[in-house]
Design a protein around this ligand. Structure first.
Ligand SMILES: CC(C)(COP(=O)(O)OP(=O)(O)OC[C@H]1O[C@@H](n2cnc3c(N)ncnc32)[C@H](O)[C@@H]1OP(=O)(O)O)[C@@H](O)C(=O)NCCC(=O)NCCS
Length: 148
């Protein structure tokens, strides 16, 4: 049965942190997970909650200039390639558009080829931006217009 992403609860936040390696592998991105986002940007922090736990999540917000910014998106290791990431983006895009967003943006490491392919598959442009993350730290910046 298809799972419809729903706003994250505080318990969901702690669950995805506890299972962090299942979403992010060896990379430790726990410090980028902020409970304040779930508390303050509830409608754009979504989880795919099922009987076997949280299969994926997207945490983001809408900026004052109408950009739906995706801060984190991940699907659990056993649900990759099933279309869940696409569904999470669609749900985020719908929620962001409902708040006036006209475009989407996300950032990832230049080494994250899976994320780059995923975002390109969703129609994003990918640009390497020098010094985005500080001197000498190039990041990949994804952009696309809404609707998705
Ligand atoms: C990136 C990630 C969220 C993709 O989620 P997913 O559920 O596997 O993606 P989907 O199955 O919805 O794929 C959507 C599209 O992206 C493309 N895609 C996804 N993963 C891909 C890969 N590894 N290589 C090439 N294309 C890929 C596919 O073309 C797919 O298109 P289709 O629907 O026409 O088949 C997932 O791999 C993940 O959680 N990675 C670890 C966390 C991470 O790096 N997040 C991104 C940080 S910005």
């Amino acid at each position: 049965m298809e799972i419809h992403p729903a706003p994250a609860q505080v318990a969901d936040f702690h669950q995805v942190l506890a299972d962090h390696p299942r979403y992010w592998g060896d990379r430790d991105l726990r410090s980028l997970h902020l409970l304040a986002m779930v508390q303050e940007f509830g409608p754009t922090c979504l989880v795919a909650r099922a009987e076997d736990g949280i299969r994926g999540y997207v945490f983001g917000f809408v900026t004052p200039d109408g950009t739906g910014y995706v801060h984190l998106i991940a699907t659990r290791d056993d649900y990759r390639g099933t279309g869940l990431g696409r569904r999470l983006y669609a749900a985020f895009a719908e929620a962001a558009a409902g708040q006036g967003a006209r475009r989407l943006k996300a950032i990832t490491a230049i080494t994250n080829t899976r994320s780059i392919e995923f975002h390109r598959g969703l129609g994003f442009d990918a640009e390497f931006v020098d010094d985005y993350d500080g001197p000498g730290r190039t990041m990949t910046v994804f952009r696309r217009d809404l609707p998705l």
